[in-house]
Design a protein around this ligand. Sequence first.
Ligand code: AMP
Length: 282
Amino acid sequence: MLILTSPSEMQEWSRHALRHKNDIGFVPTMGALHAGHATLLQHCVKNNSASVLSIFVNPTQFNVAEDFDKYPRTFEHDLRIAEQNNIDVVYAPSVDVMYPSGSSVVVHPGTASERMEGAMRPGHFEGVTTVVSKLFNAVLPNRAYFGKKDFQQLAVIQQMVKDLNFPIDIIGVETAREPDGLAMSSRNVRLTPENRDAATSISEGLFAARSKHQSGEHNSQVLSDLVVSRISQHDAANIEYVDICDPLDLRTIPDTSAGAVICVAAWFGDVRLIDNVELGPA
Ligand code: AMP
């Protein structure tokens, strides 16, 4: 497994791989890899003859500098996971290499970025679209894998790739969950034992709403009330939003019969968690 740290080295490797008829699959991450990331790596390795994982904690997508400083960094552990999953290249540029002094061009995210995470975390998606564009230009992938756990991020990237004509297939991978339903996240380890138990109310609420939708209740307000009531049974929980949206452009919809996604952000103590569930067309 190679570890590369500059865009020019990365591009050279990718051009060589492409000339030799490989197709390149790419999984961008911020490291601190867990079993959720591993499912992305497995999809990538299975469907591409060459696979690249990037590990880069991107300062421009954190709207609070302290969160960037506190973000877990587990590089040696991440390399082991990459190796176990047969990744060919780990691309791990430094912040200075990614953003040399004087760099000023950014990629403005589209309409899918406006609400939910975009509203709560100003600048977050501009950081994401800019860094993902830079990573795409270094890795030159045919396919890139993103988790549905960050559903809005996936929608923002799909919109960017379409609008800017990136020749890359974007593939959404199902959310990996703990046995009790909690979506896997590098933030889960920061939950207190009590809040870790209470946090299962997010997926319980989402799954309960999905069952209601499947049994014929398509009123968004009724479904979101159900999610809110499940989560707010816990005193420690502080809901930021429960939104029911169109799965492509993420505008709010009052009725779920044509299909929808329910997105949640909630705090448990000082840990902010997000999750979502897709509702198929009735
Ligand atoms: P991050 O390192 O948190 O930026 O995540 C890197 C990629 O892993 C993103 O595409 C995430 O959506 C994805 N991811 C994170 N957690 C999960 C999960 N529990 N299941 C599936 N994908 C995930």
